[in-house]
Design a protein around this ligand. Structure first.
Ligand SMILES: [Zn+2]
Ligand SMILES: [Zn+2]
Length: 304
């Protein structure tokens, strides 16, 4: 990889961090010194982040993190990018590094399933349930073949929604998410709640897609930065449809009407026509909002 190229890395590690406040300050300084952009969440339970920068700076960042004993075995999932998909560098202190809302025993998580094993299971026609642990909008633009999902808007809703598949407690279940972090908590919770045989794909979709593109992953992978989707297969065909006109599309965006803010699949034509809103109604509301903003900028009172 050439020095000047840009890279985005994704990583997490559940490990006890004493005095996370202090860690946050020090870590932010490190990221700023390396001119990185991105988002890192820190809590007493560990670290979870995604940062972007030049190849050289990212290498330095990785070495720095790995030199800390607590993170010596951390796995970085890497992607080359043409532009930095973040606008800020944030290091934040959180109660959890991925919000689940339920205490789980992270020493009792689902067994890791390497990509090779999953591929073999598909090829051998083995009977298993593949469960998408992500949110509904992520599932929409890409998923594993035959995957089921819980139709949740937020990972926090996973425990409650798990009731929908109580009938699968005796089945062999493989869970997956983008980089693996959500599955750590999801599988631990499932085991605690009577699911007998639970496995999680090691390092998530990204790891599988890198190892075996064009096999059992269908569509693209939603990512939580400006890119919104990351391509995993050579085939570019979307598996989802524009929610406005129903044409095939995998472009996702939030409706520009701030009162709506709905995350939807919307093709470029519709995005242009509706100015980034999800419907004509929202477009009207958005225009009013823009007008009010313009008036406020000029220091004028907005008519009630
Ligand atoms: Zn459309
Ligand atoms: Zn809307």
């Amino acid at each position: 990889m050439e020095e000047s190229g840009l890279r985005t890395i994704l990583f997490y590690k559940f490990v006890e961090i004493e005095n996370p406040e202090k860690f946050v300050k020090k870590h932010l300084k490190l990221c700023q010194e390396l001119l990185l952009l991105g988002r890192v969440l820190v809590s007493e339970e560990g670290i979870n982040g995604s940062v972007s920068g030049t190849n050289a700076k990212i290498e330095k960042y990785k070495l720095n993190l790995k030199s800390d004993k607590r993170f010596s075995d951390i796995v970085f999932k890497e992607d080359r990018v043409i532009e930095i998909p973040f606008t800020k560098m944030k290091v934040k202190l959180r109660p959890e590094i991925v919000t689940f809302g339920k205490k789980v025993d992270l020493k009792n998580t689902g067994k890791y399933l390497p990509p090779e094993k999953l591929k073999k299971m598909y090829e051998g026609g083995e009977e298993f349930v593949i469960l998408d642990a992500r949110n509904d909008y992520e599932y929409k633009v890409g998923r594993f073949k035959n995957a089921i999902h819980l139709d949740i808007k937020n990972f926090r809703d996973f425990p409650e929604a798990l009731r929908k598949i109580e009938n699968l407690k005796d089945k062999k279940i493989v869970t997956y998410c983008t980089g693996g972090i959500r599955c750590e908590k999801a599988t631990a919770y499932m085991k605690e709640n009577g699911f007998k045989e639970v496995m999680q794909i090691k390092d998530g979709i990204i790891n599988y897609g890198k190892t075996f593109p064009d096999t059992y992953w269908e569509g693209k992978c939603f990512v939580f930065d400006k890119r919104l989707i990351s391509k995993l297969n050579s085939d570019d065909k979307p598996i989802s449809n524009c929610e406005v006109c129903s044409k095939p599309s995998d472009l996702t965006r939030n409706c520009r009407n701030v009162n709506c803010d709905k995350l939807l699949v919307e093709c470029l034509d519709c995005q242009k026509e509706l100015n980034g809103c999800c419907s004509k109604e929202c477009l009207i509301e958005f225009r009013v909002q823009s007008m009010e903003k313009a008036l406020r900028k000029q220091g004028r009172r907005v008519p009630a």
